[in-house]
Design a protein around this ligand. Structure first.
Ligand code: UD1
Length: 369
């Protein structure tokens, strides 16, 4: 509690691209609250303009109060650097609570530091599980949830996972999906994006591809299979591919860049800003992705989604939404794309509390703390 203004001092942690999308509505709602004093801390896990600063501008996120400049490294070293620098920061000021979002390295690292100091941690997007521990994010999720004090799952399945792991009901607050707040709040700006004209695209006459998971891009066998599938698909429909820095690096390393540059209807771009990317999703015929957030956004937009993963921590996007798992299997990806192009795909429904009001519910819970 700030002794001068009697407000709860909450430090909100961001590090990587999906965090920015989640923190924007939370910061805006906290700034409206009379009981909370929000502080924004950026670890610097993502630092390129397109991966970080552009999101602050487009989503009107206030400048971070603290920037740790950790940069890229192996996972252990990156986590260690974040922990060390965050610990030093906490020596300089009084904090009542740490709020973390999602499942990136910054989420877990800051949770451990705060928990060790006895500072309350709230985790937004708690309880989602892929049950696949080869995925770095799964470790981050399990560690974070096991020591956080307040757990805010986005969906019923996540609530059930937390209960099965032995968390008491009193710690669990089902607040809904925070990413969807941003999608709804930014809709007018998304609609104004001119990315279709810029890339020479017509509505529903292109597919969209994103790829960045180590399980898809770090081994030549998987990356080649996916690219072979794309070779087939782009013969039937244009494919737009904003390339993540990790993927660009691996395509170069495996000498695949010139091969895929020769595909006639594959259109490459740098990573895109939030509004341009949202417009591309909304107007596409279908999306192929290994991103969890995009599985959720396609579910809300009711756009078919071929998920390039063997499992997902967001099963509701399959059971209720528009997504199906294809892993990195060429035949399955091509078969699903064919089905979609033939009009043979589910429409899906929008899950409970994916309604744009999640940030309000988060602040309400914290104001009662
Ligand atoms: C991270 C998250 C992942 C999230 C993804 C969104 C973890 C474990 N992973 O993965 O959950 O879905 O962000 O993008 O936290 N790089 C740049 N510029 C940048 C950032 C990274 O060029 O601004 C390059 C670096 O060479 C780096 C590589 O991309 O080594 C990967 O970045 P890193 O933050 O380690 O993981 P992501 O794959 O982005």
């Amino acid at each position: 509690m700030n002794m001068i203004n009697n407000k709860l001092r909450v430090v909100n942690i961001v590090g990587a691209r999906p965090n920015f999308v989640k923190i924007a509505p939370i910061m805006h709602a906290m700034l409206q609250s009379e009981k909370i004093e929000p502080i924004l801390l950026h670890t610097g896990q993502h630092y390129d303009y397109e991966m970080s600063e552009s999101f602050f501008k487009e989503l009107s996120i206030p400048e971070p109060d603290v920037y740790l400049e950790v940069g890229s490294n192996t996972h252990a070293k990156q986590v260690a650097t974040i922990m060390e620098k965050f610990d030093d920061y906490l020596d300089t000021t009084h904090i009542d609570m740490v709020l973390v979002v999602g499942d990136v390295n910054s989420t877990m690292a800051c949770t451990i530091v705060a928990a060790k100091r006895g500072i309350k941690v709230v985790h937004v997007e708690a309880g989602i599980r892929s049950w696949d521990r080869t995925m770095p994010e799964e470790i981050n999720r399990m560690v974070t949830d096991s020591i956080a004090d307040i757990l805010m799952p986005p969906s019923r399945d996540a609530v059930e996972n937390l209960k099965k792991e032995g968390h008491d009901d009193s710690k669990i607050h089902m607040v809904g999906n925070i990413m969807i707040d941003t999608l709804i709040q930014q809709q007018a700006n998304i609609d104004r994006s001119e990315i279709l004209q810029k890339l020479g695209l017509e509505k529903r006459e292109y597919a969209l591809l994103t790829l960045h998971r180590p399980s898809n891009v770090d081994q030549i066998a998987d990356l080649s299979q996916i690219m072979d599938a794309i070779e087939q698909i782009q013969k039937q429909i244009k494919v737009v591919f904003p390339v993540h820095p990790r993927t660009r690096k691996m395509l170069g390393k495996f000498n695949l860049t010139s091969k895929i540059e020769s595909f006639d209807k594959l259109i490459f771009t740098n990573p895109l800003g939030y509004h341009d990317f949202g417009r591309l999703v909304r107007e596409s015929r279908f999306v192929m992705t290994d991103s969890g957030g995009i599985q959720e956004e396609t579910t809300v937009y009711q756009i078919p989604c071929i998920t390039l993963r063997a499992n997902t921590e967001r099963p509701i996007t399959i059971t209720q939404g528009t997504s199906e798992l294809a892993a990195s299997k060429k035949e399955v990806i091509v078969k699903f794309a064919g089905q979609i192009l033939n009009g043979d795909w589910k429409k899906g429904t929008i899950p409970d509390l994916w309604d744009g009001k999640t940030a309000g519910r988060i602040v309400e819970v914290l104001e009662r703390c």
